[in-house]
Design a protein around this ligand. Structure first.
Ligand SMILES: [Zn+2]
Length: 564
């Protein structure tokens, strides 16, 4: 039994209301415990360091066919960024779309221990889990794309909510999924015919239902199944001027479905759906309106989708959006259709400081995180790799923590974007406590991962230590020190084992895959209808579809009793 004692660190543990107090953290047998025998335990002297729960990323595209197609599309992404083999780690490549092993090492070096992969076409779940199996160092999970899945659309069209819920429960088990993902609900289905939906009330071709029906229907399904996370929604009209109205309508459309104390919807990478204006020339920030709505309603959580000025790769199941982006940039492009389920597009992209639109996008992400008053409701992401690679998180944190850091970047951006930036009038600076909320405690809570994101007794011993002394360093002024410290964890501890020391990987572990095993009170209906449809609709047989649990390297099912 491994015993470890972390002594004298400044502990930030928001879920247990610990705000930088000097405390010891004891670990025994992979969990945090009240105390250990100091003579027998290994001791880490954390004097002058911050001690926080391991980082939890609620939305990052790290695995699956979409990510892999991005790797194939972009050899230039590999040449410039090489991960050198060591005695412990494998070699790898990739800046915006790192190879699997490199992904695990880089997250771990930053002190992250749990990452959720937000976009998994059910038909390609097997590939996604193969890559998740490959990624070491972190626990993970994946959200199956269900917003344009024919079975769901048919059930919702026919008003069969309970049947839809039973089907989604089967789907979660079949694909080893964690949460219901909707991307431009109705849009990918319309895209199969070269079309799109333009509002939440625009009918989806051939199904005679609207995005509103899909969002509300799956929100009800989510409640019936008691899933640990809410529906995870990429809104309609993403990436288009004026879309902040659509985002607000989307949040509003499930207001009446919210239960006390529980959010009903998660709006992902909100920066991309917080634009005002009627075209690119008049595009400006809608962060103030979104924040006003979120501050007045507690049924919503969201993540940032922050943009950083760099070369990256955009990828999403929102095929029509990617087609527009391809049209705007003229860059090389992948378009992909997944039969009866969804689609995807991939376009390389460079965010430029001097572009008024890109600079405004940079500003919007930060504005959202600073104008939304409650840090428990918005989480730090870049929608990796869409807004920027996840390795830029320390920089994003420094912008949130320091007005000076923001001003330094503001000085360099497009003049028109600077003049209109709401950041000019925002003085708020995140504290270490708040940054711990948006990178750990908040996302873990939103995901319903009870063992993660905190350092209470019984929690998984996933802990990160950073070489920064909050009593001596003023994060507002010395933001470069903060950024440096967050880039290289002094220690990353996972399940009680030291994986990273001084920013170097010293041990590798496989990491678990979470999925939800929903127990229905009545047994699931016959699969005969399902099998018949597979014969009619698909190029694969039903038997190829469900993924056996043994297929996962370290399966970690979460058993959920459903309400039906
Ligand atoms: Zn995404």
């Amino acid at each position: 039994m491994t015993e470890l004692l972390i002594k004298n660190g400044f502990v930030y543990d928001p879920l247990n209301a610990v705000k930088g107090e000097k405390m010891d953290i004891a670990i025994s047998d992979r969990r945090i415990v009240e105390k250990v025998d100091e003579k027998k335990a290994s001791v880490i002297d954390a004097s002058g360091m911050i001690v926080t729960p391991g980082g939890v990323d609620i939305h990052s595209h790290i695995a699956g066919s979409e990510v892999n197609a991005g790797r194939l599309l972009r050899p230039e992404d590999h040449f410039k960024d090489v991960e050198v083999k060591t005695a412990i780690t494998r070699s790898g490549v990739g800046y915006s779309i790192p190879s699997t092993f490199t992904t695990g090492y880089r997250y771990s070096r930053m002190g992250y221990t749990t990452v959720m992969n937000p976009s998994m076409p059910p038909l390609e779940a097997r590939h996604t889990h193969e890559e998740l199996n490959d990624i070491p160092m972190i626990d993970k999970g994946a959200y199956p794309l269900l917003g344009d899945w024919w079975f769901v659309l048919e059930y919702l069209r026919d008003g069969l909510i309970e049947e839809c819920a039973a089907h989604v429960a089967w789907m979660m088990r079949a694909t080893k999924g964690y949460a219901i993902k909707l991307v431009n609900p109705g849009g990918p289905e319309a895209w199969g015919f070269g079309r799109n939906v333009k509002s939440i009330d625009d009918p989806v071709p051939h199904f005679n239902i609207t995005p509103r029906d899909i969002i509300r229907g799956l929100c009800k399904v989510n409640k019936l199944l008691n899933l640990p996370h809410t529906i995870h929604v990429h809104t309609n009209n993403l990436g288009k001027p004026g879309n902040c109205t659509t985002a607000i309508e989307t949040m509003k459309c499930v207001e009446d479905l919210a239960e006390k104390g529980r959010p009903a919807i998660h709006i992902t990478h909100c920066q991309f759906c917080a634009f005002k204006g009627s075209d690119w020339a008049t595009m400006r920030s809608g962060a103030d309106e979104i924040a006003k709505y979120v501050n007045g309603h507690n049924h919503v959580t969201m993540d940032m989708g922050q943009v950083v000025f760099t070369d990256t790769t955009t990828m999403t199941a929102d095929g029509p959006f990617q087609y527009n982006l391809y049209g705007l940039t003229g860059n090389k492009w992948v378009n992909h259709d997944v039969e009866t389920e969804t689609c995807a597009g991939i376009v390389p992209f460079r965010y430029r400081r001097k572009s008024p639109v890109h600079a405004t996008q940079w500003s919007i992400g930060l504005e959202l995180a600073l104008l939304i008053e409650d840090p428990w409701r918005i989480y730090l992401t870049t929608d990796h790799p869409n807004g920027a690679p996840f390795t830029t998180y320390p920089q994003v944190a420094s912008w949130l923590m320091s007005r000076l850091a923001r001003q330094a970047t503001l000085k360099k951006i497009n003049k028109r974007a600077r003049r209109k930036s709401l950041l000019l009038s925002i003085n708020r600076e995140y504290s270490f406590y708040e940054i711990t909320v948006v990178t750990r405690a908040g996302p873990a809570k939103a995901l319903g991962l009870k063992q993660k994101g905190h350092l209470g007794f019984g929690a998984d011993a996933d802990i990160s230590l950073y070489n920064i002394n909050p009593a001596l360093v003023d994060s507002s002024k010395e933001y470069k020190k903060v950024r440096k410290a967050f880039s290289k964890a002094a220690y990353t501890i996972k399940d009680g084992e030291i994986l990273v020391r001084d920013g170097q990987v010293v041990k590798t572990v496989p990491g678990k895959t979470f999925w939800v095993d929903v127990k229905l009170s009545s047994p699931i209906r016959s699969t005969e209808d399902l099998k018949r449809r597979f014969r009619d609709y698909w190029t694969v047989e039903y038997e190829n579809y469900p993924i056996p649990e043994e297929y996962l390297k370290a399966s970690a099912p979460i058993t959920i009793p459903a309400r039906i």
